[in-house]
Design a protein around this ligand. Structure first.
Ligand code: B12
Length: 214
């Protein structure tokens, strides 16, 4: 473990100190810090940026800059996350960010973790229509479907996707497990839309997916 840093990582992200944030991540990785902890600290920073945007203190340019910092951070973190994991699982997941939503940073972290865990991933990318997701599920016949949604305006797309997939997949799988992730989902959304699980961070997501397939 490294010495406690002079400035918190989430604070550097909130201040848009790209160089400082990336330098701290490199140093702490070299000192043996857990990459999953660093991902969580980045997520906290992004959440704070999101809140400042919501309050009108930050503008869209801040979301873009913070997005760029976290994209670079995940480039450093993903290989380390993958290397730190023992392959335990397996199974196949189709994953997508739903229609109308282009956020993909969190989804890509989930993919890296599941891939390192031995999963086969079929990544449809972002802004994916319910029909395309349902067609892919039909073709690939995964063990689990993962849907990412960061916008509250994405609920309708989530609902349509879940209904369509459930209606089609019943022919070969009585109940295909569906797991939701991203800032717009919670227990209530999961219950209302009839998904099987949800999670707010990738590390827990891995446990949730394993539990669904157990
Ligand atoms: C970065 C960012 C952007 C970037 C995205 C870059 C990219 N390539 O993804 C850009 C600048 C493009 C952007 C655009 C917009 N954004 Co934005 N954005 C964010 C921000 C600040 C961070 C998101 C992020 O990457 N977090 C870091 C990752 C690591 O965390 P995560 O996404 O939560 O993912 C973790 C878990 O949720 C989970 N997970 C995620 N997906 C999945 C899937 C599965 C299957 C599983 C198991 C787990 C899982 O694991 C991940 C890792 O731990 C959020 C704030 C927030 N609180 O999330 C706003 C936020 C999501 N954005 C918001 C908005 C409003 C927008 C815009 C509409 C702004 C505008 N006026 O144009 C556009 C939307 C464009 C569109 N059509 O999608 C709002 C949404 C509000 C709402 N209620 O709907 C938020 C919440 C900000 C806010 N508080 O207002 N944004």
């Amino acid at each position: 473990m490294s010495e406690p840093p002079s400035e918190r990582l989430d604070e550097l992200i909130v201040r848009m100190d790209e160089r400082g944030a990336l330098a701290q991540i490199r140093e702490r990785l070299d000192a043996g810090d857990d990459p999953a902890v660093l991902v969580e600290e980045c997520r906290t920073g992004m959440e704070r940026v999101g809140r400042l945007y919501e309050q009108g203190t930050y503008f869209i340019s801040a979301l873009i800059m913070a997005g760029e910092i976290i994209r670079e951070a995940t480039e450093l973190l993903i290989p380390r996350l993958a290397a730190a994991r023992q392959e335990t699982g397996g199974g196949k997941m189709v994953i997508a960010t739903v229609r109308g939503d282009i956020h993909d940073i969190g989804k890509n972290i989930v993919i890296a973790l599941l891939d390192a865990d031995g999963f086969t991933l079929v990544d449809l990318g972002v802004n994916v229509a319910p029909e395309q997701i349902a067609e892919t599920v039909e073709r690939e016949r995964p063990d689990v479907l993962g849907l990412s949604c960061l916008l509250t305006s994405g609920y309708e797309a989530l609902r349509e996707t879940i209904e369509l997939v459930r209606a089609q997949s019943v022919a070969w799988q009585p109940h295909l497990p569906i797991v939701l992730g991203g800032a717009a989902v919670d227990e209530m959304v999961k219950e209302r839309l009839g998904a099987d699980a949800w999670c707010a961070d990738a590390a827990r997501g891995l446990g949730v997916v394993r539990a669904l397939l157990a």
